[in-house]
Design a protein around this ligand. Structure first.
Ligand code: RB5
Length: 149
């Protein structure tokens, strides 16, 4: 599985911890930055990770910022992206099984590192349930198409 990960300055420490955690498990992860505490604009990183997922360059993406919310709002503007902000393991599992989320968004100012790593493992370990959920995802795709700018 190929993963891509990005962050802004508000999520940089958490992003680094996740990269180290995944690398230890021999999971391939492309780190698109940011790499310092200098203030940057999260939508650029959300767009880059979203494009890598949509193009198939990566199977799944992870985005970290202060809350995870800005990243999710931005990533969800890209057609085909289902980005979920998660701060508990139950939701991490449910959003893969029911929503087939393809980007996980985490807030460094919301969840501690230990919980965040557990959320990442739970999300990566869960699989899409298909069946009735497939129909609902198809409805989301139709919403995107109907409301194209
Ligand atoms: C940056 O200060 C902060 O606004 C950003 O990391 C994120 O939390 C936005 O949703």
């Amino acid at each position: 599985m190929k993963l891509t990960i990005g962050c802004d300055h508000g999520g940089r420490r958490l992003k680094d911890a996740i990269v180290a955690h995944l690398t230890k498990q021999h999971i391939q992860v492309a780190d698109i930055g940011t790499y310092s505490d200098d203030s940057v604009d999260f939508p650029s990183y959300a767009e880059e990770v979203a494009h890598q997922v949509i193009s198939g360059e990566a199977d799944l993406g992870i985005l970290c910022c202060g809350t995870g919310i800005g990243m999710s709002i931005a990533a969800n503007k890209v057609a085909g992206i289902r980005a979920a902000v998660v701060s508990d393991c139950f939701s991490a599992q449910a959003t893969r099984e029911h929503n087939n989320s393809n980007i996980l968004c985490l807030g460094e100012r919301v969840v501690g590192e230990g919980l965040a790593l557990r959320i990442v493992d739970t999300w990566l370990g869960a699989t899409f349930g298909g069946e009735r959920h497939e129909r609902r995802l198809q409805m989301i795709t139709e919403l995107e198409q109907k409301n194209e700018m």
